[in-house]
Design a protein around this ligand. Structure first.
Ligand code: FES
Length: 157
């Protein structure tokens, strides 16, 4: 069941304007219990901003941070664009996969972490880099992966 009051507040902040569809979806997803855009929510938003449901799904499927499936509390986006690829993307990916025991696109069994890939996050100067929520982490090495995960697990308790 969707929280219409919360969604209406977000829609109002963006003037019910389809031009702001990405920002609307990002904000709505961030307040949804399982961090995703359900079919019910997608249908509601499409109706309220007067676009076809297919347009909402185009945006949801184009941006890696958005999802039409339940996601973890923390979405770990690993940059796989050129500079990060040259600076250790493959190792970073393996460290996160080993630490979390999930593959790309999967969510940990405790529901805390979803692992995703993303294009450049504008942190090339500190690559290899990952983004979790609004925070960017650079110069990722194996020890840092463990520290990040431990810290986030600590916050979640
Ligand atoms: S290429 Fe990874 S942050 Fe720019």
């Amino acid at each position: 069941m969707i929280d219409q009051i919360v969604i209406e507040g977000i829609l109002g902040a963006y003037k019910y304007d389809a031009v702001n569809l990405l920002q609307i979806l990002l904000n709505v997803q961030s307040v949804e219990a399982e961090n995703y855009i359900s079919e019910e929510v997608a249908t509601y938003i499409a109706h309220r901003v007067h676009v076809p449901l297919s347009r909402v799904y185009e945006v949801v499927t184009y941006y890696s941070v958005l999802s039409h499936k339940p996601q973890g509390k923390y979405i770990i986006q690993i940059c796989n664009t050129t500079v990060c690829k040259l600076n250790g993307f493959n190792e970073v990916l393996e460290w996160f996969k080993e630490t979390l025991k999930v593959d790309v696109g999967e969510t940990t069994s405790d529901g805390l972490f979803t692992l995703k890939l993303t294009s450049c996050i504008g942190a090339c100067d500190v690559s290899p880099a990952v983004k979790i929520g609004h925070k960017v982490y650079g110069h990722i090495d194996e020890a840092k992966v463990q520290r990040i995960i431990d810290a986030l697990r600590g916050y979640a308790q």
